[in-house]
Design a protein around this ligand. Structure first.
Ligand code: PBG
Length: 322
């Protein structure tokens, strides 16, 4: 006797009945890039079909995002100027702060998450305060907390620190709580690896380090146990949601975290993962829709509930066609 597995694959109804993993529009968070200036909607060459928007052009962008069925965005800003300590990241009228206010005006129920980091705003391109010996962890914490607070003050629904300094979740939690933002959640880029897959993003966000690399703060791609420690500390410090980033080359890390921790988990399907799929699709080598839905399903199957992805709008549209 052998088991007839094919019985439950006979037609779409039974296949759906036994299906274990479903993608849903509520899973997706769509990254957007906001720039200073006016009348700008410019395609990002390293991220096809994604754009740099000036604040006055966000109306069209938000309408399209809503229309696709995506309910949440992750904002990245390209500031008007950069300095040693990322001043433009925490100004009341900084680019992200202006974008938050504008989006809340256009669409109050669009859920706004902000990336909290210094690398787009520092002249040296590192994610913190730079001294001779490298990025100073504890000094950076004050700035990270200030940036997160300024986002909450502008109206962000959630903040997402991506700098990988130690102690940042606690620093941000304290700053938010002391200033009346007890209910603003923190999504921690907990296990953020030092990855070559961020290449296209650094071009899009103009955030590549001018010298050196990020190996002294982002994680070594070889390590999974260390990721569990990072996640545990972030949960202890008050993270509401944990994240693994990148997603596809790190599905084992997502699975390990899912098995071990019960807090909601996000995965960031990063720019390099997106760019590779787009290049293959443009070369006519793959069926883009099928590949994207399969990849996103694999991230969810590995254990992430939320997926930050540049495919979000397409994925939502395709799911509706299914
Ligand atoms: C900022 C940040 C990065 C990404 C998200 N936030 C770049 C980096 O750490 O170098 C990468 C996102 C992507 O590649 O899509 N620190």
């Amino acid at each position: 006797m052998f088991r007839r597995h094919r019985r439950l694959r006979e037609n779409p109804v039974i296949r759906e009945m036994v299906r274990e993993t479903f993608l849903h529009p509520s899973d997706f968070i769509y990254p957007i890039f906001v720039v200073e200036g006016e009348n700008i909607k410019k395609e990002i060459s390293s991220l096809p079909n994604n754009y740099h928007y000036s604040v006055d052009m966000l109306e069209g962008a938000i309408a399209e995002i809503k229309e696709a069925g995506v309910k949440s965005v992750l904002i990245f800003g390209l500031p008007g100027y950069k300095d040693e300590c990322a001043t433009s990241a925490f100004e009341e009228n900084g680019i992200v702060q202006k974008a938050i206010k504008k989006i809340k005006k256009i669409c109050p129920d669009m859920y706004i998450i902000t990336d909290v980091c210094m690398c787009e705003y520092t002249s040296h391109g590192h994610c913190g305060i730079l001294h001779d010996h490298g990025v100073d962890n504890d000094e950076t914490l004050e700035y990270i907390a200030k940036i997160a607070l300024s986002h909450a003050q502008a109206g962000a629904d959630m903040v997402a620190p991506s700098d990988m300094m130690d102690g940042r979740i606690l620093a941000i939690r304290e700053a938010l709580d002391e200033n009346g933002f007890k209910n603003v959640p923190i999504m921690a880029y907990s296990a953020k690896y030092c990855s070559a897959f961020y290449g296209p993003f650094r071009e899009a966000a103009d955030s590549a380090p001018k010298s050196g690399d990020r190996k002294s703060y982002q994680m070594d791609p070889s390590n999974v146990r260390e990721a569990m420690l990072e996640i545990e500390d972030d949960i202890d410090e008050g993270a509401d949601i944990i994240m693994v980033k990148p997603a596809l080359p790190y599905l084992d890390v997502i699975r390990a975290a899912r098995d071990r921790y019960d807090v909601p988990m996000a995965a960031y399907n990063v720019s390099g993962e997106y760019a590779m799929v787009k290049a293959a699709a443009q070369a006519g080598l793959i069926n883009e829709k099928a590949i994207v839905l399969e990849l996103l399903t694999s991230i969810k199957r590995a254990g992430a509930k939320m997926i930050i992805t540049y495919h979000a709008l397409d994925a939502c549209r395709w799911l509706r066609e299914e």
